[in-house]
Design a binder for this molecule. Structure first.
Ligand SMILES: [Zn+2]
Ligand SMILES: [Zn+2]
Length: 427
C-alpha cells in the first residue's frame, strides 16, 4: 500500500502554552481550530511542509484526550497516514493479522474515512489511516485491478492481474440469451465484454503462480482484436505485491490458452523466447500439452506455440498425468469441459479451502449450471464438473477465485431458493 504522512497528533494539556511554543517560538502558522465532537476535543492544525501537526485539546473532562493526558501526560498521541483506498488497506492489514481498533472505516473530518490500528500492532504508536474525500476511488471501470491478499490457514494467496481484454459477449455466454446476460454484464457497441486476467500467487511451502495472463509477445493486430489493456500487467502487479520473477518456484497451468499461458514466456532483447520465471518448474497436464502441440481447426486460435514450446526446450516443463498434489496443500483436478484436459487448482490449509477454477467458471456470472461459454469444446463436461464443484464449494465454504471476472477477484458461492449467487470477498 502507498501511504503519505498526513499529520502527527499531539495531545495538549494547556493550549495557550502549546501555542506559545508552536506558533510564537517556532513561528509556525496555525489554522483556525476545528471541533471534533466525537472526541470532545478541539484540533489546531499546524501545516509543516506536505503534512501537519495536530494539536489536540480536550473540551470536556470525559474526552479521550483528557484521559490520555491524565494518564500519560501531554505528548505524541497518534500519527495519521493517508491512503488511496482505506478498504483495501484494512483488508491487507487484516490478512496479515494486524490488530485493528476499527475493522471498518468510519467517517472522519471533511467527508473522509478513517480507521485506527491498535498500538500493540504498531510498536506502541496509535496509527490512524485516512482516505480523504478527494482520494481517487478504487478503479471500478473497466475493472478492479487491485493486488489483493488473503491468508488461508498457513498460506498466503495474492491475486494479481495481467490487465484486461475483450471477448464477444455471445461467445462467453453460449446458449444464454443476451437479454439475460447483459443485465449483469454490459457489452460495448461491438457486443464485446471486458474480462480480467487474474493469475494467483500461492505462498506456502514454496511460492507458486497459477497461470500468468497473456504476456506481451503478441503484435498490434492481436492486441487490437482483443482490445488488450495491459496497463496493469503481471510485471506491474507483481512489483506492487513485492514479488520478483526469481521467487517463483512453481508455475501451474490451468490450460495453455493464450490468456493463461502467454505470460509463461517472454521475448528477450535478442528476440529469443525464454521462460519468464527463471527458477521455476512449469507444471502442465500431459493431455493438455498434447492438445496444445497438436491443435485442431477449432482449438488452433487459442494455442500459440511460443507460449509453451520454449519451456520444453529450456527443460523446465513438468508434465503431470493425473490429479496430483503439486506442493503441500495444493492439488490439481481435471475438469475437462472448456478443453479436454482443463484443470482447476484446489488449495487447502488448516481446514480452509480455496479454488482457482480458471475457465470452468470464468466469471461470477458463470456460476449457474447452464451458463457455459460457447468456447467450451465439451459443454456437457463443463456442466458435470461445475455441478460437482459448486456443491463441494458450498459444503466446504470454499473461497472461489474467478480468473476472468472484471469486477471481483473471489467470492463464496451461496444458494437460496434454488437461486445461486456469489458473495464477493476481497473487495
Ligand atoms: Zn481457455
Ligand atoms: Zn480463459
Amino acid at each position: 500500500m502507498k501511504a503519505t504522512l498526513d499529520h502527527v497528533g499531539i495531545a495538549v494539556r494547556d493550549i495557550a502554552a502549546a501555542l506559545a511554543f508552536y506558533r510564537d517560538a517556532l513561528g509556525l502558522d496555525i489554522e483556525a481550530p476545528e471541533e471534533v465532537a466525537s472526541q470532545r476535543a478541539r484540533a489546531h492544525f499546524v501545516p509543516v511542509g506536505g503534512s501537519k501537526l495536530e494539536l489536540l485539546e480536550a473540551t470536556a473532562p470525559e474526552s479521550p484526550i483528557a484521559k490520555y493526558v491524565d494518564k500519560r501526560g501531554p505528548g505524541l498521541h497518534h500519527i495519521t497516514l493517508r491512503v488511496d483506498d482505506i478498504h483495501a488497506a484494512l483488508a491487507q492489514l487484516k490478512a496479515r493479522g494486524t490488530k485493528l481498533i476499527d475493522e471498518h472505516p468510519r467517517s472522519g473530518a471533511e467527508g473522509g474515512l478513517v480507521a485506527f490500528i491498535h498500538p500493540s500492532s504498531a510498536h506502541g504508536v496509535l496509527v490512524e489511516l485516512k482516505q480523504s474525500a478527494l482520494s481517487p476511488q478504487p478503479l471500478a471501470q473497466p475493472g478492479d485491478s487491485r493486488v489483493q491478499r488473503v491468508s488461508l490457514g498457513d498460506m498466503e494467496l495474492v491475486s494479481l492481474t495481467d490487465g484486461f481484454f475483450c471477448l464477444d459477449g455471445g461467445s462467453m455466454f453460449g446458449t444464454v440469451p443476451k437479454a439475460l446476460w447483459e443485465i449483469g454484464t454490459p457489452a460495448d457497441a461491438r457486443n464485446r465484454i471486458s474480462l480480467a486476467m487474474r493469475p494467483l500467487i500461492v505462498r506456502g511451502a514454496r511460492t507458486m503462480i497459477i497461470d500468468a495472463g497473456m504476456g506481451d509477445k503478441e503484435n498490434e493486430t492481436f492486441r487490437e482484436l482483443y482490445s488488450v489493456d495491459r496497463a496493469r500487467s503481471l510485471d506491474c502487479t507483481m512489483a506492487e505485491a513485492g514479488i520478483s520473477r526469481e521467487e517463483i518456484d512453481i508455475v501451474v497451468a490451468s490450460h495453455l490458452h493464450f490468456d493463461h499461458a502467454g505470460g509463461f514466456t517472454f521475448r528477450d532483447a535478442s528476440g529469443r523466447v525464454r521462460p519468464t520465471f527463471p527458477r521455476a518448474q512449469y507444471v502442465v497436464r500431459r493431455g493438455e500439452w498434447e492438445d496444445a502441440t497438436h491443435p485442431h481447426e477449432r482449438s488452433r486460435a487459442a494455442y500459440l506455440a511460443d507460449n509453451y514450446v520454449p519451456l520444453a526446450e529450456a527443460g523446465v516443463l513438468q508434465l503431470v498425468d493425473e490429479d496430483a498434489t503439486i506442493m503441500p496443500g495444493v492439488k490439481v483436478r481435471r475438469t475437462g469441459g472448456h478443453c479436454m484436459h482443463h484443470q482447476m487448482v484446489l488449495i487447502e490449509s488448516k481446514g480452509k479451502t480455496a479454488a482457482y477454477v480458471a475457465d470452468l467458471i470464468p466469471t461470477k456470472a458463470h456460476v449457474p449450471d447452464t451458463w457455459i461459454a460457447g468456447y467450451d469444446l465439451y459443454p456437457m463436461d463443463t456442466l458435470g464438473a461445475k455441478k460437482q464443484f459448486v456443491k463441494e464449494a458450498m459444503e466446504k465454504d470454499t473461497l472461489v477465485f474467478f480468473a476472468h471476472d472484471p469486477a471481483i477477484v473471489a467470492g463464496y458461492v451461496r444458494e437460496h431458493d434454488g437461486k445461486r449467487r456469489v458473495v464477493p470477498a476481497l473487495s
